[in-house]
Design a binder for this molecule. Structure first.
Ligand SMILES: Cc1cc2nc3c(=O)[nH]c(=O)nc-3n(C[C@H](O)[C@H](O)[C@H](O)COP(=O)(O)OP(=O)(O)OC[C@H]3O[C@@H](n4cnc5c(N)ncnc54)[C@H](O)[C@@H]3O)c2cc1C
Length: 493
């Protein structure tokens, strides 16, 4: 049991928990992350639009979100550099279709200035707009350019944060669901899980949409979470370059609305159709996509044909407060229990909020932070055959021929990359997909899916019928397919 005693336990391995873990790994503390899913980044973070917002203040009553978004934007580039995660700063155009919207856009410029974002530019001549965004609808009359807006990969960021935290001493327990929390006579927390009991002096509750249920376990009933579901479409890489900036329209309330954005992987993404839904609901609907997203994005980019859509998608944002404010602070029920609930813009704000939680709140709760001199901020991404020049590719293949065996043809992913992803913790098809992009291309895994399963079967030494798409009951196959059985010399029947 000794090994399950920690100074700090983080519940949840989304971008909030992973950022807190990496921040804590800078200090001499024994830290564990407990994650109920079979892998990290499988919660709300996986559904993020991946935009690193520049510091749009939602209102005067959302100080944590306003501060987190601004500071997070400034921290993200260096963080991605250290963790070898994709980061591009294309800038954003907040567009207006008429004079009324143009007034609202000007108002946004003033609000941004008040929040400290001073490098924005109002563009009202079509010639400049055409140069910046040639495929934009002719009906757009002006735009606010925010050059600091960036894009990244939310799951790659979590993989980077967690791998770096583990390199610096943090322990990760996946498939470990916290079901009960009590305090003993020394004031320490005892956490009941499906993998036994864990003990810690402090808890960081980064459980996303389940954070209120976790807080309830210690008698903290001060907040209740709702879900806003956001539906969107992923567009094929063949349209790469058609949209150069993050483009955002205004909704009927004058707030930020529909968007079309490039992704760091060369696709485009169009959204969004937003509704308040029951917890964890990430279904897509015809109403949301065909009748909601498609006509709205066609209004912005009329030449972006829906025939290029390769995947519908929905994600659900945990909201502690419909104003958009985060719920971060020492719990009134026990000051050694820190709630860390992000909302919209949580991806952007996570590094800044992790710094706030660890360096400001944790000492307030009584923890002593002592720097770890040996902390190493650098982590390297899985080598990508597709991004190498011929010389480097040849070097990798000569060292390990599996880098020469292409498994996913849409995204040019080799067996070597898939094996490396498994070595780093992937145990499911989604775990491979998010780490390597195998299955993310136009055929959506139709070609490489069985091959990926076969590699998982071999490397994990697990029967094929036990390998899942994303854990739980999501088994991938009831029995081995003809091709797999042939490969194993088992015949065709
Ligand atoms: C559709 C969508 C678009 C978004 N777009 C953007 C954007 O463009 N830019 C931006 O900045 N932000 C964006 N966001 C917001 C941002 O993605 C979220 O704020 C952020 O990902 C939340 O991270 P999290 O770690 O708090 O939650 P999660 O990622 O949900 O992580 C919580 C984790 O806790 C685990 N957990 C729960 N209960 C337990 C338990 N009992 N025991 C152990 N583990 C548990 C869960 O399994 C989960 O892995 C978007 C969000 C969505 C959904």
């Amino acid at each position: 049991m000794e090994k399950n005693i920690f100074d700090v336990i983080i519940i949840g391995a989304g971008v909030a928990g992973a950022s807190a873990a990496r921040e804590l790994s800078k200090f001499k503390l024994k830290v564990a992350v407990l994650e109920k899913n079979i892998d990290v980044a499988f919660g709300a973070t996986k559904g993020s639009h991946a935009i690193v917002h520049c510091g749009f203040p939602t209102s005067d009553f959302t100080p944590l979100k306003n501060r987190g978004e601004l500071k997070g934007n400034l921290m993200m580039e260096q963080l991605c550099k250290e963790l070898d995660v994709e980061f591009i700063r294309p800038g954003k155009l907040l567009i207006a279709f008429n004079d009324k919207e143009l007034d609202l856009v000007k108002n946004w410029q003033l609000k941004l200035r008040r929040n400290g974002v001073i490098n924005t530019q109002l563009i009202t001549d079509r010639k400049t707009l055409n140069e910046m965004e040639p495929n934009l609808s002719d009906e757009v009359v002006g735009a606010l350019h925010t050059p600091n807006t960036a894009i990244t990969s939310p799951w790659a960021l979590v993989f980077g944060l967690i791998e770096n935290a583990i390199d610096n001493g943090v322990e990760l327990f996946v498939d470990t669901k916290v079901t009960g929390i009590s305090t003993n006579d020394k004031g320490k927390f005892s956490l009941e899980t499906n993998k036994g009991t864990f003990e810690s002096s402090y808890i960081i509750n980064a459980a996303g949409i389940n954070a209120d249920d976790l807080a309830n376990l210690i008698g903290d009933n001060n907040f209740e979470l709702t879900n806003s579901r956001h539906q969107r479409l992923i567009i094929d890489k063949r349209c790469q370059g058609m949209v150069k900036h993050v483009i955002r329209g205004l909704n009927e309330k004058g707030a930020l609305g529909d968007f079309v954005t490039p992704t760091v992987h060369g696709n485009l993404m169009a959204g969004e159709y937003v509704e308040i839904v029951s917890k964890g609901n990430t279904e897509t609907t015809r109403e949301g996509l065909a009748e909601g997203v498609v006509p709205k994005y066609l209004k912005i980019f009329p030449s972006l044909s829906p025939a290029n859509v390769i995947k519908p998608f929905a994600g659900a944002v945990p909201l502690a407060d419909l104003s958009g404010e985060f719920h971060i602070g020492l719990s009134p029920a026990n000051s050694k229990f820190i709630n860390m609930v992000l909302g919209a813009s949580g991806l952007t704000a996570a590094p800044a909020m992790a710094e706030f939680v660890v360096q400001e709140l944790l000492p307030l709760a009584g923890a002593k932070l002592e720097n770890k001199e040996e902390f190493n901020p650098i982590r390297k991404e899985i080598p990508r055959i597709d991004e190498m020049d011929n010389e480097e590719r040849a070097k990798y293949i000569s060292q390990d021929p599996r880098y020469g065996h292409i498994v996913c043809r849409c995204e040019t992913v080799s067996e070597g990359e898939i094996v490396e992803a498994i070595r780093r913790g992937a145990t499911t098809r989604d775990g491979i997909k998010l780490r390597t992009r195998a299955g993310m291309g136009r055929c959506q895994g139709g070609f490489c899916g069985p091959r990926v399963l076969k590699i998982l079967e071999r490397e994990l030494n697990k029967p094929l019928t036990e390998i899942t798409r994303r854990g739980g009951n999501s088994v991938e196959t009831m029995f081995a397919t003809k091709e797999l059985r042939q490969d194993r010399g088992e015949g065709n029947d």
